[in-house]
Design a protein around this ligand. Structure first.
Ligand SMILES: C[S@@+](CC[C@H](N)C(=O)[O-])C[C@H]1O[C@@H](n2cnc3c(N)ncnc32)[C@H](O)[C@@H]1O
Length: 288
């Protein structure tokens, strides 16, 4: 596994921005805040609600809730990993915020809360890291009170523009073989990053027992100028602390020399060119 990313806090604070320039970082932050606001608004938060932010990471959703609702709600920061909760505790002290908060170190596959214990459950980009999404959604359903709302955002990574779509066979040696490898690992049912789409999540919600599971799909096209350095980072930055980089994925199919040559040819084809990519995302809203 890549050693450039050791834990979730490091990934959230550094690794995920490593292939971006200053402008792209600012655009990404703006986009994250916009996503945060939609997830929070879809949860329809009311005074005295007990809310859990599952897989809170560095607290994007939680601090958004605190900013908007202050002491009027009860908030649980929850994550599987201690480093995330430690980071949130630190940030909470720094921003002199309310006292109706608690911390729960818990796997979302086995949430350490009784049935019917929260009014709202929120996640952002957490299911995408869980192989068994049905189990996680069942757990979220279990801990919600009757009438409670689950609101979430997830990227549908399997629908993103793939590397081979950015080039043509005359630009890349063995283009077809690299396409086949990429299509193979981008549809691996054991890989949590790509083993789902909007339809499967809708089905998961239904099976868990949610009556009105709504999955809102958004296709976001974007254009930017690719550079050699950014392309290097596409291949070497980890999509999460525990998943292989793109380079490591290709190394399961090809020798190191061949993968290095592929990256070089991709750089030669795309350096300083405007590329157009699409990413698909979903907002989930469901009531128990
Ligand atoms: C991409 S981050 C998202 C963090 C935060 N929700 C945000 O919007 O910035 C994924 C989070 O899921 C957490 N996570 C991963 N696997 C988990 C699990 N099995 N149970 C609970 N949390 C988990 C990670 O620790 C990390 O904080």
């Amino acid at each position: 596994m890549s050693d450039i990313c050791k834990n979730w806090t490091q990934w959230l604070k550094q690794t995920r921005f490593s292939h971006m320039n200053e402008v792209q970082i600012q655009q990404t932050l703006n986009w994250l805040f916009a996503v945060r606001d939609i997830v929070i608004s879809k949860a329809n938060i009311r005074e005295n609600d007990k809310i859990i932010d599952i897989g809170c990471g560095t607290g994007l959703l939680s601090f958004g809730i605190i900013e908007k609702y202050k002491d009027s709600v009860e908030l649980i920061f929850s994550d599987k990993f201690e480093d995330c909760l430690d980071e949130c505790k630190k940030l909470l002290q720094e921003c002199n915020t309310p006292n109706r908060t608690s911390f729960l170190q818990s796997d979302c596959l086995d949430i350490k809360l009784p049935d019917f214990s929260v009014d709202k459950a929120l996640t952002r980009s957490v299911l995408v890291h869980i192989v068994d999404k049905q189990k996680a959604i069942n757990e979220i359903y279990r801990i919600l009170k009757k009438g409670g709302i689950y609101s979430a955002f997830e990227p549908i990574i399997k629908s993103n523009t793939r590397y081979h779509e950015l080039t043509t066979p005359d630009e890349i040696t063995d283009w077809q073989a690299f396409k086949d490898a990429e299509d193979d690992f981008m549809t691996d049912s054991n890989d949590p990053l790509v083993n789902f789409d909007a339809e499967s999540i809708a089905k998961n919600l239904d099976i868990a027992g949610f009556s009105d599971g709504d999955v809102d799909v958004q296709d976001t096209p974007s254009s930017y100028v690719a550079t050699r350095g950014a392309i290097e980072q596409w291949f070497n930055s980890a999509p999460s602390p525990d998943r292989p980089t793109s380079k490591e994925r290709f190394l399961k199919y090809f020798s190191e020399d061949k993968v290095n040559n592929y990256i070089l040819e991709l750089q030669n084809a795309l350096h300083n060119k405007m590329i157009r990519v699409t990413s698909k995302t979903i907002f989930i809203r469901a009531t128990k």
